[in-house]
Structure formats: C-alpha cells, structure tokens
Write a protein that binds this ligand. Structure first.
Ligand code: HGY
Ligand code: MN
Ligand code: MN
Length: 395
C-alpha cells in the first residue's frame, strides 16, 4: 500500500459530524483506533512495535539501538481538523519503509517510525505532549494533572485506557537511541510551488490562558450599571490580540477558544476562560502577550472584573540542524528550504538530537480545518523523498 492508500484506510476514523473535519484525540476511541491501525500496518511491514512509557508508539526496523534513524509524526488532530496534519507523516513513513524494503535496502543502523502522543494538545491543552514528556521538557506531575474540557485528568484518561500514568516521565535511554529524526508534514501555508520542501526553522510560539472573573447573574433582571460581566473584557481582549499582532509586525495572535462559565443564553457568566496563541519570528512572544495582557487588565478593571494569566506552553524558536538539512537537500534535489509558524514534534526533538523536516505541498494552504489538502501525486513524491532520505541516512 502506498501513502495515499494508507491514508484512505483511516479516512473515516474520528470524523467529527458536528464540527466537520476530524477530532482525533488522546485516549479516545478514534485515538485508540488509529494507534491500533498504525501498529498493524507497521507489523505488516515487518517492524517490531512497542509503546513507550509516555504512550508514544515506536515501530523498529531492526533491533532498537544507538544512532537510530527515526521518522514519524502524530495521528491526533485539532478539534475539527484536516486529514493530513500528522497522518501524512505517519503514512509516508510506513510507505517509505515498504519502498526501501522493495528496493532491497537493508538499513546499516536501526531505523524506526514513531507516532507521538497528543501533538496538537487538542484534548489536554499542551502541544507535543508525548515528545515533551520523552525529552523531559514537560514535567510528568504537571502532565498527569492536565484536564480536558470535561475535567477528566490525563492520569484518569490513561488509566481508563488501561495504561499506568505513573510511568509518564523523561526517557533518556530511549532518547539516546535517536541519532537523527526527520518528520514529514503537510505544508501549513502556501509557500511551496513544488511537491516537497525542506524545513529550516519554526518560529517561537506559545499558549496562554486568561481567566476573567466577574459575577454571575440574570441576563434580564441585572441592570447594566450593576454588572460585572467577564464576557466584556474577554471580548475586548480578542480584539486586542489582533491589534497587538498587527503592531508587532509579521506576528500572529489568535483566540480560537473562549469558554464562558456556566455558558447559559440567559446567564451573565461568572467567569470566562480565553486561550491566546501567539507566534512570532521575533523570537520572544512575551512583548506581544504583555501588550494583550495590558489591554485585558484595563478592560477587566473597567467592568469590575479580574483577569489571571496562566502560561500553558512555550515553544522556543527552532533552527533545524544544518548538517542534516544539507543531507536532506542532497537527497531531495531542488527542494526549497522553508520556515514555518506551525509547531511540530521535530521542533521539540531538535533541542536534543539532530532533527529535520520535509514539507509536502498543500494547494489550499489551509490547515487545522477540513480544507487542508495534499494531492495524491505530491503525497507520493513526499513518500519517495522520505524513502530517499532514510536510505541516505541509514546506509
Ligand atoms: O499548533 C501547531 O502549530 C501545531 O499544528 N501543533
Ligand atoms: Mn497541527
Ligand atoms: Mn502536525
């Protein structure tokens, strides 16, 4: 099966009939179905499958060992996400292994395909959960206590799935096995006019939660002058985020999630949670966040409300390993270099091992939405390029 056919196999897993697109999250039925699918496809290709202490699934060609060439991505999605963000990298990796075996290639060093857990943070809020736990970039106690929108903790969700959350934590022995990591990913933008590009960098980004607290009350019997309505400063903050990003130049600030509590049509909210996503080539999103927070505080004060900021995740700017990027460029002639404002597990690993990325053209340029796309011909180009890269690195 080639990469297109592999993707077709999971096309109905995790479809979100309400929001459209896919909602494939950690420790849900869709998430488990996809892990099982990956394990089965890996075994069919003669790979030995194991799940690590953090729920990342590794499929080994040859015995696990030092200086391994590792490729892979994730299978989880954002809520209502597209079909390619994550799964394209996994399907391409499986197809590349099959292609290499078909060429009669035998890796001279261990080679693995990995599926990282909860890259999007779509259920528990912290992106690259599995790779950050692996590297020790995320504290295991903090991870266990993360809660989803229904208040279910990661620890309880893992226990319900039959896993032991006490095993979460840094895995230095496993990380030490990784000699190089290459992630193939659908392009999340419109920069590519050829099928495959090579990742050069990831801009700095992060996620913050702002909680506005006022006084819950009746929508009808409460005079405007008597209100302390947290929705008012929250709304002001959504607009302030856009202004702050525009002022900063080439910066993106987004509020994609805003949750009033209790959330009744005829109820003045008692509190409102708002999540801010900021990405900037400037290297430090702090000044933009400060700008937004200033506006949030001012608007909260004017409405007799309070606002509290919590850092949910920080992802420093990444410049991928030059030597590895040069080898990728040699293996994929004519592929342009491109930076991205999308975070990836490769970005987490890049601080620990030589890491690189291949991007596959997305004609719509849309991502994190159902219109995300990659043409079959480009998907095949990407999988072949990945096979060439793996052959170059594992010879
Ligand atoms: O949010 C991101 O940039 C990535 O898609 N997780
Ligand atoms: Mn994504
Ligand atoms: Mn992704």
């Amino acid at each position: 099966m080639n990469a297109v056919e592999l993707l077709a196999e999971i096309t109905d897993v995790g479809r979100d009939r309400t929001r459209g697109g896919y909602s494939r999250h950690l420790a849900t039925a869709a998430g488990s179905d996809l892990r099982d699918w990956f394990a089965e496809q890996a075994r069919r290709r003669g790979l030995d499958v194991e799940t690590d202490r953090n729920g990342n699934v590794w499929a080994w060609w040859g015995a696990p060992g030092p200086d391994a060439v590792v490729t892979g991505s994730h299978l989880d999605s954002v809520p209502g996400g597209g079909a390619f963000d994550g799964p394209l990298g996994v399907a391409s990796a499986l197809a590349a292994v099959q292609d290499l075996a078909g060429r009669g290639f035998a890796p001279a060093r261990p080679l693995a395909v990995v599926v990282f857990a909860e890259e999007e943070g779509g259920r528990f809020g912290v992106p690259c959960l599995g790779s950050r736990l692996l590297t020790g970039d995320l504290d295991a106690d903090r991870a266990r206590a993360l809660r989803d929108a229904d208040g279910v903790s990661l620890a309880d969700a893992l226990t319900a799935r039959g896993d032991d959350p006490s095993t979460l934590g840094p895995d230095p022995e496993r990380l030490a096995r990784v000699g190089r990591f290459v992630e193939l990913h659908v392009e999340q933008g419109r920069a590519l006019d050829v099928p495959v590009g090579i990742g050069s960098a990831i801009v700095a980004h992060g996620r913050w939660r702002l909680r506005f607290t006022g006084r819950g009350d009746h929508a009808g019997t409460t005079a405007l002058t008597d209100r302390r309505d947290p929705m008012i400063p929250a709304a002001a903050t959504v607009l302030a985020a856009r202004r702050a990003a525009a002022r900063a130049g080439d910066t993106r600030a987004t509020v994609g999630r805003l949750v009033p509590n209790p959330g009744g049509t005829n109820v003045i909210a008692s509190s409102v949670d708002l999540w801010l996503d900021v990405r900037t080539p400037a290297g430090d999103p702090g000044p933009v966040v400060d700008d937004v927070l200033g506006a949030a505080r001012e608007a909260a004060h004017a409405e007799g409300c309070t606002v509290a900021l919590t850092v949910e995740s920080l992802s420093p700017a990444v410049t991928f390993d030059d030597a590895l990027a040069a080898r990728l460029a040699a293996a994929v002639p004519g592929a342009p270099m491109l930076a991205t404002a999308a975070g990836h597990d490769a970005g987490v690993l890049a601080a620990h091992v030589p890491a690189g990325m291949l991007h596959v053209r997305n004609p719509t340029g849309v991502s994190h939405a159902p219109d995300e796309h990659a043409e079959d011909g480009d998907v095949e180009c990407g999988a072949r390029a990945l096979a060439d890269v793996l052959e170059e690195l594992a010879r």
